[in-house]
Every structure is written in C-alpha cells, then in structure tokens.
Design a protein around this ligand. Structure first.
Ligand SMILES: [Zn+2]
Ligand SMILES: [Zn+2]
Ligand SMILES: [Zn+2]
Length: 240
C-alpha cells in the first residue's frame, strides 16, 4: 500500500509483492484468455511473458480490474486481430463510457486505440473456443460475475454467493475466492467468510486472492485449513 510501513508492505517475501488481481488462462489448444485488465496489466504482461490474448472476461468495472484495457493495443498489434471482450451488459456499458475514444468513428483501431469487440453475456458462452459459465455473485450490493471454466472457478470481489449460484460451483477441482483481510468489509469476503464459503463449495483446492496488506503470505497461509492457500503473483495452477 502506498505510504505504508507495516510488516507486510516492508516484507522481503516476493509473495507479499502484489499487483492488482487478475488471472491468465492457458489452454492445451493454445488459446489464451485473460480475466480482467488491471491498471498493472502492462507490468504483469512484461513480468510473466504474456504475449497472446485471444479473449478477455471482465468480472466487473471497478477501476482496479479495468483501467489497463488500453494496453490491449499491444496484443492487437502482435496478433493482427481485435480482442473479444465478454462481461455483463452493465460492465460493458462502463467500458464503452470510460474508453469511449476506442469506439469513436474513425478511431485508428490497432494503433492509437485498443481494438476490442464487446459481447454482453448473461449465461454460458464460448470464449476462444472454450465454454465459460458466468457465476452471479454479490460484490456488496452490486451483482457481478465470477466465471467457471470446466472444473475451475474464479470468484474475485465477492462478499456473498447467492444460493442460486451454488449449483454452478459443484464438482470443482480448483476455486479462487476473494479474501480481503481479517476484519469484515462491506464489499469483500473477510478471510473467515472466505474459508466458510470455500468449505461450502468443497473444491479439491482453494486459493484466496485480492488480499490487502493485513494478510501477510507466510503467516496467513500457515493458519489455513488443509487444501486452502493464499495465491500469489505468478502462481501457476494446472487443472484437469
Ligand atoms: Zn502495509
Ligand atoms: Zn471491485
Ligand atoms: Zn477489486
């Protein structure tokens, strides 16, 4: 955190050095799907050697998940293709407003502006040839999307999982869940709530994400139930 001298912010553990929350899915057929375009997207792509994005899934339109979208220009240049973007209609409305310059007639797509094609979704769809199931979750009072792909689900920025979404989370190998800090928060799971949700979901492995600086990696992970861990930047998880 800017201007903080706490033990986690001063930690030498690389797992305590966190960019904004995002994941990158690599499929055996070569497809690459990015979930969210954080303000750190450029640094994340450089650090982790990301050079291909076939589709983007947006969970919601908060700035920490969206504001790196302009950097998609580089992926357009590398592939020669626009990038399809999927999200709720409400999320994509915000994209159209905030990145209005990318949609102006005569905008030089693929050069000065990102070339993106927006597709609103509210049920299962295909991204880069793979089935994706939106999982409605609550982010405070705001309904947003997690996503399920096969036996993997990604639920960031979550303060509650509606009962109607629980069937979408059956039979998971791996789930990623929001866990902000120890104290309650209006729009994110606290760690105890995240553990309780993980137990209800019952995936083989659970990784927590979107941690704030109250949750140091080593000390927090040491106190978690079996099969649960804090994620970290650069963590690779193989599924299926
Ligand atoms: Zn701190
Ligand atoms: Zn958010
Ligand atoms: Zn967030």
């Amino acid at each position: 955190m800017i201007g903080c001298d706490c033990a986690v912010c001063r930690s030498d553990d690389p797992r305590d050095k966190r960019f904004r929350t995002s994941i990158y899915l690599s499929f055996d057929d070569g497809a690459r799907v990015l979930v969210d375009t954080t303000p750190d997207l450029r640094s994340q792509a450089l650090q982790h050697g990301i050079r291909r994005v076939d589709a983007i899934l947006l969970t919601h339109a908060h700035a920490d998940h969206l504001m790196g979208l302009d950097d998609v220009r580089r992926f357009n240049h590398l592939s020669g293709q626009p990038v399809p973007i999927y999200g709720s209609a409400a999320t994509l409305d915000v994209v159209r407003r905030i990145f209005s310059y990318a949609f102006e007639p005569g905008a030089s797509r693929g050069g000065g502006v990102p070339a993106i094609d927006l597709t609103p979704v509210d049920g299962p769809f295909e991204a880069a040839g793979h089935e994706v199931v939106p999982v409605p979750i609550d982010h405070g009072r705001w309904p947003i999307f997690g996503y399920r792909i096969g036996r993997f689900a990604y639920l960031t920025d979550c303060s509650a999982i509606p009962e109607t979404s629980m069937p979408l989370l059956a039979d998971l190998d791996v789930v990623v869940l929001d866990a902000l800090r120890h104290r309650p928060h209006p729009t994110h799971f606290a760690l105890g709530q995240a553990i309780a949700a993980a137990e209800r979901i019952g995936a083989r492995a659970t990784y927590f994400t979107h941690m704030a600086h109250e949750l140091g990696h080593a000390v927090t992970t040491a106190g978690l139930p079996a099969g649960m861990s804090l994620a970290w930047d650069g963590l690779d998880v193989e599924i299926g």
